[in-house]
Design a protein. Structure first.
Length: 134
């Protein structure tokens, strides 16, 4: 049995495939989905969605959103996402270092800047993690 998996951003469909298993970065922790899963809707954090297809794992770096599971269909709506296989690992590591430095350079009174820098750091970390599926 398989799951139909769709990952959709406002400007593109990132993924439309079938998979045996999906692991979502839900707001309450990692959420595993197999066939026959009970219907649910879950908020997603910035992180890595992993899916297993043909016994091989692949990953997508996501910037938050929502997931709906119903009748072996997983629909994920996100602000943005990027397939791990499309990410250059070296560029991702450099971007992570830059995001870490940007956060360290933020002044304590710049609350908005700190929030943005933390979001950039979470996405940079997710991109690095997505380059190595499982």
């Amino acid at each position: 049995m398989t799951l139909t998996v769709k990952v959709i951003a406002p400007d593109q469909t990132i993924l439309d495939t079938v998979a045996e298993e999906v692991i979502l970065p839900s707001s309450s922790g990692q959420l595993g989905i197999l066939t026959g899963h009970a219907p649910l809707i879950s908020a997603l954090e910035t992180g890595v969605l992993r899916f297993r297809k043909d016994k091989a794992w692949a990953a997508i770096a996501l910037t938050g959103g929502f997931a709906e599971v119903e009748e072996d269909e997983v629909t994920v709506l996100v602000r943005s996402g990027e397939l791990g296989s499309a990410i250059n690992p070296e560029d991702a590591r450099k971007q992570l270092e830059k995001a870490e430095q940007s956060l360290a350079d933020i002044k304590a009174e710049d609350k908005q800047g700190k929030i943005q820098a933390e979001q950039n750091l979470r996405m940079a970390r997710a991109r690095v993690q997505a380059t190595t599926a499982i």
